[in-house]
Design a protein around this ligand. Structure first.
Ligand code: SF4
Ligand code: SF4
Length: 168
């Protein structure tokens, strides 16, 4: 495991690199469509050396969108009714999506473990999405995620070969 980027510094580092990431997209729009293998290899390499348990930033700050299937799974795992899952933990946000009532996530422990890990929402399982097919479709979303997630930040850094930490 490599040392995690200082989470307090991450937004500053991402802001420094964003112009470069945006330029990369403009210059390589077509090329990026054929770069899934390269992006996924970076995702695997960087995820492997990143300890999510010393981070937990996504679970503290980003609310996953929660589907009906997620609610069913959570209800089973918590052994309560789906209506109780909704009443106790969820709300509808301004876009009409079901999300956790409050963040940090109510299932995040002080040790950064997820209390419903095996039954966590699909969006949690898929985050930070840098291993998904057709990565080019979420490149812009990934720029946003790089302000929160060290894995996404490093994937974008290596992919676009910028280095904002130089001179810090
Ligand atoms: S359900 Fe688990 S993985 Fe999802 S945000 Fe909460 S603590 Fe994190
Ligand atoms: S996925 Fe990213 S933000 Fe979430 S815990 Fe892992 S490194 Fe941190």
């Amino acid at each position: 495991m490599s040392k995690l980027i200082d989470l307090k510094l991450l937004p500053t580092l991402a802001a420094k690199s964003e112009a470069n990431w945006q330029r990369f997209l403009v210059k390589n729009k077509k090329k990026l469509e054929g770069m899934d293998l390269q992006v996924h290899a970076l995702h695997d390499k960087i995820s492997e050396r990143t300890d999510c348990l010393s981070c937990g930033n996504c679970c503290r700050t980003l609310g996953p969108r929660i589907t009906d299937k997620d609610i069913d799974r959570m209800a089973k795992s918590l052994r309560i009714k789906t209506s109780d899952v909704i009443a106790k933990y969820l709300r509808v946000d301004e876009d009409g999506d079901m999300v956790f009532k409050s963040m940090p996530c109510p299932f995040l422990g002080a040790d950064n473990y997820c209390a419903i890990y095996e039954s966590r929402p699909k969006a949690c399982r898929e985050y930070p999405h840098t291993d998904r097919k057709r990565f080019y479709q979420i490149y812009k979303l990934s720029i946003k995620n790089a302000y929160t997630c060290p894995i996404v930040f490093e994937v974008l850094e290596e992919l676009t070969d910028s280095n904002p930490t130089k001179g810090l």
